[in-house]
Ligand binder design. Structure first.
Ligand code: FE2
Ligand code: FE2
Length: 480
């Protein structure tokens, strides 16, 4: 499967490259020129390996190309081609071009004619309509162009990518509901763990498919339901970190369950203490510090197979303990913390620092939180794991809001080249004139650096997004 996907991804990149080259070649040469014939041959060759007998759709969706529903990886050496194709689509208000399977049997002349029509459509006031009229005239039924607005309104145009987003979104919402339900039932008596386990499996699958998306989702902060969203975010961050250090699937599943349930003991802490605005009194602190132990008691009472239960007790018990065993709860029967405990600790503190809480004026921006944690490594966190965590998050984590060197604001969407965590793909946030920040263009900072001479664009600092009243995660979920 992985091999098939990488072949598909490579063919997709080749396809876009040859299409772009042909578009430019037909502008210069006549139909019978050998460069054109060669160009069509190359393009059709890659279409054969790409299609597997199906139609080929080239879909420009929120600044990224999707070919046959798979998002095209943003390779730096392809950036001028990708930018060229984005401009080609945008100038013609094209959202999608579909080459139906029958296109592999058409003549070189017909193929070139369609490429020319695509080129020429730019001169019309309504390129997609003009193109459609022309292909009807010529009887070219093997190709179709879909207008940009239409495809955004059309439910049918949902690509695999959007299905994944949808699955991620519903898993997230479902996870918050499940954690709430477990917490409420745990107060009353025995509660099953089957749902939580299934959720954890979903989370592990999603993290494997798209780490960046899940890290972006972990930036959701719902202050009305804080304990539950916090638990889900901790589960996502922990699972992503576990994957980063190559934990097995079954360990990732336990880790994810631990994340979801790590604060289950808070059901035993009174609401006044949990939501208190000022400092806690000694007595209140004692109540608060009891939550890991109460959590373990609740987990012991879960209706779960023995093996599962034994794997999900330690992490929640340890999640407020430091490497030197200071922190809470005080314990004399162990002298080191388990891997799951250490991962939960890092994920939990990062999540809590980046959330707005009643007892402090503002949340930490993600990069500030990472810097603070790094300054406390060794004492509070396992330094090696923390290093992996910071590497995974990038200096400016996916989902965080930043200020760029040109004064614009942007959201970090992805790090297309895993080894370059200084070169994110960002979504510009532009002022809509009414004081709201809305979605602007997608910019890959690697492209800006490549332009010698002009000043390179970089990230200056992280910004705490709630200061602007925005939820970074909404931009991830493709909401307008
Ligand atoms: Fe906790
Ligand atoms: Fe927590």
């Amino acid at each position: 499967m992985a091999d098939f996907q990488s072949t598909l991804a490579r063919s997709g990149q080749e396809f876009l490259k040859f299409l772009y080259r042909l578009i430019n070649t037909v502008r210069i040469y006549r139909d019978n020129n050998h460069l054109i014939r060669k160009g069509v041959g190359e393009l059709k060759g890659v279409m054969d390996s790409l299609s597997g007998g199906d139609d080929i759709s080239v879909h420009l969706w929120r600044g990224r190309f999707h070919i046959r529903g798979e998002r095209l990886q943003y390779r730096r050496d392809l950036s001028s081609i990708i930018n060229g194709m984005v401009a080609f689509f945008t100038q013609r208000t094209i959202g999608q071009i579909i080459f139906f399977n029958a296109s592999k049997n058409v003549s070189t002349e017909d193929f070139v004619a369609v490429i020319r029509l695509l080129n020429d459509s730019v001169m019309s006031a309504d390129p997609p309509a003009w193109f459609e009229e022309k292909i009807l005239e010529h009887g070219f039924s093997w190709v179709q162009v879909i207008r940009k607005q239409d495809e955004e309104l059309s439910v049918k145009a949902v690509s695999l990518e959007d299905e994944r987003y949808e699955k991620a979104r519903s898993t997230y919402i479902h996870a918050v509901d499940t954690v709430r339900e477990v917490a409420q039932k745990a107060c009353k008596g025995i509660v099953g763990v089957r749902k939580t386990r299934r959720l954890a499996q979903n989370i592990v699958d999603l993290v494997r498919e798209d780490n960046s998306l899940m890290l972006g989702l972990a930036s959701i902060k719902d202050y009305d339901d804080y304990t539950y969203t916090h638990s889900v975010n901790v589960a996502l961050l922990a699972t992503c970190l576990g994957r980063q250090i190559n934990m097995s699937d079954i360990s990732l599943e336990y880790l994810s369950v631990c994340g979801l349930l790590h604060d289950l003991g808070k059901v035993g802490v009174s609401k006044d203490v949990l939501h208190k605005q000022g400092e806690l009194s000694m007595g209140e602190w004692d109540q608060m510090k009891a939550h890991p132990l109460i959590g373990v008691r609740k987990i012991l009472r879960l209706n779960a197979p023995h093996k599962l239960r034994s794997r999900i007790i330690l992490g929640p018990f340890e999640h407020h303990l430091n490497p030197d065993m200071s922190g809470y709860p005080r314990t004399i029967f162990m002298d080191k913390i388990s891997l799951i405990g250490k991962i939960l600790r890092i994920s939990d503190v990062y999540e809590a620092l980046t959330a707005q809480r009643a007892y402090r004026a503002r949340a930490y921006a993600p990069d500030e939180a990472l810097r603070k944690m790094w300054s406390e490594r060794g004492q509070k966190f396992d330094p090696i794991l923390l290093k992996s965590f910071i590497r995974m998050m990038g200096i400016y984590p996916v989902g965080s809001m930043v200020e760029l060197s040109d004064g614009n604001f942007a959201l970090i969407m992805d790090y297309p080249e895993e080894s370059r965590n200084d070169l994110p793909l960002v979504l510009l946030l532009v002022n809509d004139g009414k004081g709201n920040l809305i979605r602007g263009d997608m910019v890959y900072l690697a492209d800006q650096v490549a332009k010698g001479g002009s000043p390179s664009l970089n990230v200056v600092r992280g910004i705490e997004p709630t200061r602007f009243g925005i939820q970074a995660a909404e931009f991830f979920l493709h909401e307008k």
